[in-house]
Design a protein around this ligand. Structure first.
Ligand code: SF4
Length: 382
């Protein structure tokens, strides 16, 4: 049975040689996990994504050398490329000539407001996009919302500050006369992804949405979490591009594209697996999809080992986050009961927002188990 889905009538946004929104096919995206300066490996992975059907491929750029490498990568692949500016809005100038889309996160622009208000930073980014024929993604992430926005609402309400931030930026970018942008609102909790995107789509049905569940983890759980969110959103006509973020070794990363296509195709064919449920009352392991910022390749194996070692706690409502780097690891683990983020030689362990220290890769599992046992004991006594 083909499912009749009436898509939201979003505006068309061209990204390189594809167009998203306005009823165009839902584009599937991914991100390279190779070291960006390893040009051969990065080109090879970008091409593998493109051949698997990726509409856009994001590349991490953290330094001038990465930006230089990006120029060469651009010459060697026909994939539509994107870069995330992270905390460095000025990077837009160096990368815009080589990419088709620039992502900025409103939650990264509020620093040093007095010297340079966020509006000036956005103006700068948009000017680079105009000068170099780029689209923009305004990417709001639950882990990095402007603290001033969060302070206005109940600490339990993580969704309203995200929406307020996205709407504010859309209105500002519109006021600059620039409409070639999409928005993303991501969280690691599929039900929050559904709610935040539904509420945004009601307020701005014209703006194309890029959907994703962050740090979804390893397959099959990561695919299930993502499917739960996408079925509810795409089935209601919401979503113009998607990413399935999976923790996978480099040679298996194109599976993200295959998973995204399969979910979208299934929804359109009516193969909606409402029977597939993500049990948010059970142990939840979230882990990032990895990217060039990973400093120790052992991260992927560690994520897998954490999943296996913690199975004995599967019936407890506990979240464990495993992140691959020091850039996003410390912040993205704040909401988990136990968080691990990987450095070059040590793994940092947190319980909630409290840092418990850094441990060798061969020491971390028993240390994690100790903390997990302590949490289980507290829950059993409650
Ligand atoms: Fe990359 Fe770090 Fe995010 Fe993982 S947490 S995807 S390594 S930036």
């Amino acid at each position: 049975m083909i499912m009749k889905i009436t898509r939201n009538s979003t505006r068309a946004v061209r990204i390189g040689n594809i167009t998203v929104g306005d009823g165009n096919p839902i584009a599937v995206q991914s991100m390279t996990a190779t070291k960006t300066q390893n040009i051969d490996a990065t080109v090879q992975q970008a091409e593998a994504y493109r051949l698997a059907g990726a509409g856009v491929v994001r590349v991490a750029v953290d330094s001038d050398k990465d930006a230089e490498a990006l120029g060469e990568i651009r010459r060697q692949t026909t994939a539509n490329l994107a870069v995330d500016l992270q905390e460095n809005f000025k990077l837009a100038e160096a990368v815009a000539p080589f990419v088709d889309k620039i992502r900025y996160n409103p939650g990264h622009l509020y620093h040093h407001q007095r010297e340079k208000p966020w509006q000036d930073k956005v103006r700068f980014i948009i000017q680079q996009a105009v000068d170099h024929d780029c689209a923009i993604r305004i990417g709001v992430n639950c882990g990095s919302v402007d603290p001033a926005k969060k302070a206005k609402y109940d600490p339990e309400d993580s969704i309203t500050p995200m929406i307020e931030s996205a709407i504010e930026h859309c209105e500002f970018v519109d006021s600059l006369g620039f409409t070639r942008y999409v928005v993303s609102l991501k969280d690691s909790d599929p039900s929050k992804v559904v709610e935040v995107n539904q509420r945004f789509a009601q307020l701005r049905p014209d703006v194309p949405l890029h959907l994703g569940v962050t740090e979804a983890g390893m397959p099959p759980d990561g695919i299930i979490k993502t499917r739960v969110a996408f079925e509810q959103l795409i089935g209601r006509g919401i979503g113009d591009t998607v990413r399935v973020s999976l923790t996978l070794p480099n040679d298996r990363k194109p599976e993200e594209i295959a998973a995204g296509r399969e979910i979208v195709d299934d929804i359109y064919s009516g193969r909606v697996r409402s029977v597939v449920k993500f049990d948010d009352k059970a142990l939840n392991i979230i882990s990032c999809p990895s990217c060039s910022r990973v400093e120790n390749e052992a991260f992927i194996d560690l994520a897998q080992s954490v999943k296996e070692m913690t199975q004995y706690a599967k019936d407890y409502e506990i979240t464990i986050a495993v992140m691959g780097c020091r850039v996003n690891g410390p912040g993205e683990t704040d909401d988990a009961d136990l968080g691990l983020w990987c450095g070059p030689a040590k793994v940092n362990l947190k319980r909630g927002t409290d840092a418990l220290g850094a441990f060798g890769y061969d020491e971390i599992l028993p240390r994690l188990k100790q903390e997990l046992d302590a949490i289980i004991q507290t829950k059993s006594l409650a």
